[in-house]
Design a protein around this ligand. Structure first.
Ligand code: SAM
Length: 412
């Protein structure tokens, strides 16, 4: 390990500042383009990893972080970019997408537009590590970005909406009734203005009913005991409300994106649409409501069951929700006029792109949360052109970016 002066030139896809030094590319968290920093650099294979020691000269996009947990001692790993001006964050995300297409997809795309909303208090869901101290007292918090074992007690999270934090305060006030374990994990999500709680871990929950009595405002409580499936242990919701797992983290921006997806699908005047990785069926239901036959494919059985209820009135035209892996069943449901792909970060299996090459729709609308896997998957679709591409800033202060990409067959 050596102390090295680095001039940070750009930001990497993972959110670290990037500098070149002695023929090495060095990635240093918590640095910004234009910074001159001193870092402890260690070499791992062909790349260098920097640990920021001090900033010698601040780049023009560096700003003070707003959140007290961001800097030492907590070093919160929930956000990566609070030290970067919001406009520069958004420019970096756009550049990240174009770079991924160049580097991985070997394609040139224009610098995409960015749609953005509120940069603070946008999260409607917060997952925290829960720890029991030797004294028996519980605390809940996030992990340090450079030490996942280091969980600090969270006082506030400036990217999380107040009703979620209120839900967490209620849960922690009742923590004495949690399963008797040193470590648990929980998520509070606010759906239709009411907090829902998902607890993960523990083998027995002997004080479950005392816990439930102590959390009267929670609309539903789910428990995923160690090695078991998640189950609903308290349900005070109105009938037919979606489960906590299907809520959008940033509903305002997700709705804006969703509306554009529906509009782009409908522009093809489709008769048959496949919504692959359909979740709880938000998009599928909106398209089916316009008289289109929609097949929604989703691996999660609970999400599919909910999507099926939303498509139930459209059964007559063949709309339905299928609980299966997209790669296993997509070929059997093609052809379609438009296929929507909205996979997790890992992107789509090569079988999915192979099936689309064999039985091509008029358009593929790909919604991605990872530029690298999007670029890889598009590179597996030779003969398809990027007709339109744009970014949505669903997660300000972090390095994550959501992309909408419409592909059409290249003209012969
Ligand atoms: C990014 S979410 C998209 C959800 C939904 N389209 C929406 O807008 O809310 C990805 C979804 O893909 C599902 N999934 C992950 N792998 C899958 C697979 N191999 N086949 C089908 N669904 C899968 C997950 O359960 C999750 O609901």
């Amino acid at each position: 390990m050596t102390l090295t002066t680095l001039d940070i030139a750009s930001i990497s896809a993972g959110g670290d500042g990037v500098a070149r030094h002695d023929g090495l590319v060095v990635f240093t968290p918590r640095t910004a383009p234009g910074d001159r920093v001193v870092a402890e650099v260690s070499v791992q294979g062909r790349v260098g990893r920097g640990r920021l020691v001090r900033v010698e000269r601040e780049g023009s996009v560096r700003i003070p972080a707003r959140c007290a947990h961001y800097e030492a001692p907590d070093r919160c790993g929930g956000c990566q970019w609070q030290h970067v001006d919001i406009a520069a964050q958004r420019d970096a995300k756009r550049a990240m997408l174009r770079d991924a297409f160049q580097r991985i997809g070997k394609r040139e795309i224009p610098l995409p537009a960015m749609h953005a909303g509120e940069p603070w208090r946008y999260r409607r869901s917060l997952t925290l590590a829960m720890r029991k101290r030797a004294s028996g007292e519980w605390y809940a918090g996030l992990r340090a970005f450079d030490d996942p074992e280091d969980v600090f007690e969270l006082e506030d999270c400036l990217i999380t909406a107040e009703p979620v934090l209120a839900g967490w305060r209620e849960v922690m006030a009742a923590a004495v009734h949690l399963p008797d374990e040193p470590r648990l994990r929980g998520t509070v999500r606010v759906i239709q203005d009411r907090p829902h709680f998902v607890l993960e871990g523990g083998k027995e929950w002997s004080e479950l009913s005392a816990f439930l009595d102590a959390v009267p405002t929670l609309a539903a409580v789910w428990w995923q005991a160690e090695g078991k499936r998640r189950r609903l242990v308290a349900d005070r919701r109105p009938a037919n409300e979606p489960g906590a797992s299907f809520a959008q983290v940033n509903p305002e921006m997700a709705e804006a994106l969703h509306a554009v997806v529906v509009q782009r699908v409908m522009a093809h005047a489709p008769q048959r649409v496949i919504d692959a990785f359909s979740g709880a069926g938000d998009t599928a239901a909106a398209i089916a409501a316009q008289g289109v036959r929609v097949v929604a494919i989703e691996a999660d059985e609970d999400a599919t069951a909910y999507a099926a209820t939303r498509l139930a009135t459209r059964l007559a035209n063949g709309s339905r929700a299928i609980a299966a892996r997209v790669e296993d069943v997509l070929p059997a449901h093609l052809p379609a006029d438009v296929v929507i792909l909205n996979p997790p970060r890992s992107g789509v299996d090569a079988k999915v792109t192979a099936a689309l090459l064999k039985s091509p729709p008029k358009a593929i609308i790909y919604v991605s949360c990872d530029p690298a896997t999007l670029a890889r998957d598009v590179s597996r679709l030779p003969g398809w052109a990027v007709q339109h591409i744009e970014c949505y800033d669903l997660f300000p202060q972090t390095a994550h970016v959501e992309t909408l990409c419409e592909l059409r067959p290249e003209s012969p």
